[in-house]
Ligand binder design. Sequence first.
Ligand code: PEP
Length: 251
Amino acid sequence: MRKKIVAGNWKMNKSFQEAEELISVIAEELDEKELDCDVVVCPPAVYLEMISDYAEESGLSVAAQNVSAHDNGAYTGEISAYMLNSMNIEYSIVGHSERRTYFNETNADLAKKVDMLLENNMKPIFCIGELLDQREENVHFDIVKQQMEEGLFHLNEDEFSNVVVAYEPVWAIGTGVVATPEQAQEMHNYIRLLISEKYTNEIADQTTILYGGSCNAQNAATLFANEDVDGGLIGGASLKPDDFVKIVMSF
Ligand code: PEP
């Protein structure tokens, strides 16, 4: 059976003390529960070490929010996959729509980041998704196909089996407008079809595909009930410990 995952993307939020408070409440609340999914916390890079210490004790996994497309060396301000792996960080988000939009990251840049992560034994959480006008123009399937082809489909089967895909329609991120369960299922099913055509049915079946975009404690269960929705990448609601724990318990 493929892995179910709920990942909390904290983005650029919280002081060190606030982040410590947030992780300790999440860890404490989850500690008392039997979980049907893996939980991944994606804090700002400066808090990775502190969060890792909590995560290790409570069986949570940790992800960076971004990684350099470069190896090591003279890239001031960048953080390499080599560094993250040396701190036992398991995942990194790649290609979040905010990075594509505000930092002009292209599919070609993202393919390099994916390679860096895999070369350093890490797992990418690779974000894809269309803009509102692209959905309105009915090209959303083409956009997602292009993002998969240009960002991921250079990988061989072994490499691809370490990738988590996150479908995040950009019009749903941080807007309060969530995709309907039907829209999410339709696109997740399409993504799985693309993977089976490129690789094998078995690999497609094993690939975890997360939904992201205004997923919250109220709507998570109806989204996660869909056959091809294997969990969520959660932004705003991951900053509220009770809501995040409710989402984790939504399977
Ligand atoms: C995200 O940024 O990945 C996200 C899904 O945000 P939100 O849940 O706030 O829409």
